[in-house]
Design a protein around this ligand. Structure first.
Ligand code: ARG
Length: 462
């Protein structure tokens, strides 16, 4: 394609390091879309005669069909997807194919292809995140009042409900969607027509190609258009944060499915057995979601390093944007699907959760709050008195509600029998009525609000 002044071919190792076809072949649909838009614009702008444009368009459609049918052989000697498409077009339609590359370069072509691919992928990830949110919000509605321990420092802190816990992730995932949507809005400018780096002397219509490819407008600076990959970085950053959210949830599933916690059960569909220990049910899917977050974040780090110190405009280094971006977004997609599967599969063990919620003096704060409310103690004094009462109970190895009134009055004489009403875990969660708190009514209302938004007409904007 560019061999005019070349006398011999590349060294074998040059071909190996240079070729990107092994991974950029997946850009074929985007590449052909971009070429069709470019050719149509060349015709409409009077740069190519209509007959040539028709020949090129028909040829490109045939190339597309061949690629879809797996009939086009990939060859390293043709470097990348752009050269494969053009070379096959030439086989099919002859020298007219050579006119397609008028007023464009592989530099603006590849930037356009990548943006189209990333944009398509953001759209499908968005749908998957929404589906996971839906699965979690449904779980939250069902389990709005299921009491479980809430932790800080992984120590029992205060009782919460399982529904409340699930809705915490729904909130995180909603922000993940927002980050992808932000990245999508910023990337939606079309680089096509920036040509190699400086623009072109042909009277092209960049508004037309931008519109044909669904972009909001053309990019404003030709150097920037071919030199930056911040759209990929930003998408990978959004993907990394989302993968980290999934990884935290996966870790909780790993903990919850241990016999020690025994909070939830995953079916055979999402666990594996051990070849040596017959009793085991390993939460492999959760472990892999946890582990794969490393790959996603790694891709972000990798691309940041590729771009660091790279002078404007295009450098072949930028070909390194692809494998990491493809792998990371595909990995995230898999993790989202596996997580949604696990959420729909898992069955909470209400009894263990409830029992565990009461362990570790998890209602001590309720006692302190009662001392403030009923006896008007300053919170610090109430905290101190509660600490002494907890000490008393733990010294005897019993729960707070198992102490006698006399025991408590030994610490604070004004305590009355009414205190026992706040020492149970159900009363504890019921009392957390503050906005965003874990009271089952709150949780049920919020779960329903999420479901309405996710299933309503405006679900794409949630
Ligand atoms: N395969 C290349 C890439 O992915 C396409 C652009 C090549 N441009 C060039 N001037 N060699 O970046």
């Amino acid at each position: 394609m560019w061999g005019g002044r070349y006398e011999s071919g590349p060294a074998e190792i040059m071909e190996e390091i240079n070729a990107s076809i092994d991974f950029d072949k997946r850009l074929a649909p985007q590449d052909i879309r971009g070429s069709l838009a470019h050719a149509a614009m060349l015709g409409a702008s009077g740069i190519l005669p209509a007959a040539d444009v028709a020949t090129i368009r028909e040829g490109l459609e045939r190339v597309r069909a061949e690629i879809e049918g797996g009939a086009l052989p990939w060859q390293r000697s043709l470097e990348d997807i752009h050269m494969h498409v053009e070379s096959r077009l030439k086989d099919l339609v002859g020298p007219t194919a050579g006119r397609l590359h008028t007023a464009r370069s592989r530099n603006d072509q590849v930037a356009t292809d990548m943006k189209l691919w990333v944009r398509d992928t953001i759209d499908s990830l968005d749908g998957q995140i929404a589906d996971l949110m839906l699965a979690m919000a449904e779980g939250a509605r069902t389990h709005a009042g299921l009491v479980m321990p809430g932790f800080t420092h992984l120590q029992s802190a205060q009782p919460v409900t399982f529904g409340h816990h699930l809705l915490a992730y729904v909130g995180m995932l909603a922000r993940d969607r927002g980050r992808f949507a932000d990245a999508r809005a910023r990337l939606n400018e079309c680089p096509l027509g920036a040509a190699a780096l400086a623009g072109t002397s042909f009277p092209i219509d960049r508004q037309a190609t931008a519109a044909a490819l669904g972009f909001d407008r053309p990019t404003a600076n030709s150097l920037d258009s071919v030199a930056d990959r911040d759209f990929a970085l930003e998408t990978l950053a959004a993907a990394s944060i989302c993968a980290i959210h999934l990884s935290r949830f996966a870790e909780e599933i790993v903990l919850w499915t241990t016999p020690q916690f025994d909070f939830v059960r995953l079916s055979d569909a999402f666990t594996t057995g051990s070849s040596i220990m017959p009793q085991k049910r390993n939460p492999d899917a959760a472990e892999l979601v946890r582990g794969k977050a490393g790959r996603v974040v790694g891709a972000l780090q990798g691309l940041l390093m590729v771009l660091k110190g790279l002078p404007l405009a295009y450098g072949k280094d930028m070909q390194e944007d692809k494998e990491g971006t493809f792998d990371a977004l595909q990995t995230l997609s898999l993790c989202l699907a596996a997580t949604a599967g696990m959420v729909r599969d898992m069955v909470p063990n209400a009894e263990t959760m409830r029992r565990s919620a009461g362990a570790g003096y998890a209602t001590a704060t309720d006692l302190a709050d009662w001392l403030v409310r009923a006896l008007a103690l300053p919170f610090r004094d109430a905290h101190h008195a509660t600490g002494q009462i907890v000490g008393l109970a733990s010294g005897r190895g019993i729960g707070l509600e198992e102490l006698s009134l006399a025991d408590m009055q030994g610490v604070e004489p004004r305590i009355t029998a009414e205190v026992f009403a706040v020492l149970g875990v159900d009363a504890s969660v019921r009392s957390r009525q503050s906005y965003g708190g874990t009271a089952p009514d709150n949780v049920a209302r919020q779960a329903q609000a999420w479901l309405d938004r996710l299933q309503g007409p405006a679900r794409d904007a949630v």
